[in-house]
Design a protein around this ligand. Structure first.
Ligand code: TMP
Length: 212
């Protein structure tokens, strides 16, 4: 059986995570590495339903703690239904966003407190943490500019927040990155897609080589 590995991808809006994850998927397929690719909030039916409530632009009344609890609830269901079974089968799990998004967005940017949000997430995850997290580092101006340029991408309730919210998300991520520096590796996401991909795949290859 191959080795399980839980890899998460984090970063602000418009960081290019989705494009790069697709490239990693293609590389894994051609190398015959057993893996699943998933995302948060969502990835399975119940969590996708929760996602549509959280991100519905019409839900302007949603309280910050409600938002944090819904993300944690979606995370719990996705973890037990999809992530843990795949790891038990010895697969690599590629997951677009996980706990660090909650710490940066709800904990810091929504000002609920990183420690408070970490506490509810420890309950939700029973302390299952990623083995490796790749952080896509880019300024909020560049990220939001890319979203505006990408007319096909539907804008969700959090995309519609003002620039200062996204600047706070960035600050929140810096705190989270420092706190979990043994797990989180930063990539310069303002480079070309090709260069970002090269950095990402070499970080993943190093990790895979270590666990073999
Ligand atoms: P996505 O656009 O990357 O699919 O993510 C959906 C939005 O949800 C994005 O604005 C980030 C936000 N988010 C949080 O605020 N907290 C979380 O815990 C997660 C997973 C996502």
């Amino acid at each position: 059986m191959s080795q399980p590995l839980f890899i998460t991808f984090e970063g602000p809006e418009g960081a290019g995570k989705t494009t790069i994850i697709k490239r990693v998927e293609e590389a894994f397929k051609s190398r015959g590495i057993p893996f699943i690719c998933t995302r948060e909030p969502g990835g399975i039916e119940i969590a996708e339903q929760i996602r549509s409530v959280i991100l519905n632009p019409e839900n302007t009344k949603m309280d910050g703690r409600t938002e944090a609890l819904l993300y944690a609830a979606a995370r719990r269901q996705h973890l037990v239904e999809r992530v843990l079974p795949a790891l038990q089968e010895g697969k690599v799990v590629l997951c677009d966003r996980f706990i660090d998004s909650s710490l940066a967005y709800q904990g810091y940017a929504r000002e609920l407190g990183i420690d408070e949000v970490y506490t509810i997430n420890r309950f939700a995850t029973e302390d299952h943490m990623p083995d490796l997290t790749i952080y896509f580092d880019l300024s909020p101006e560049v990220g939001l500019g890319r979203i505006d340029d990408n007319a096909k991408r539907e804008k969700n309730r959090l995309d519609l927040e003002k620039l200062d919210f996204h600047e706070k998300v960035q600050e929140g991520y810096q705190i989270v990155n420092d706190r979990f520096s043994e797990r989180i590796v930063k990539v310069n996401a303002e480079q070309s897609i090709e260069d970002v991909y090269e950095d990402v795949i070499s970080i993943i290859n190093q990790k895979l080589a270590k666990i073999k």
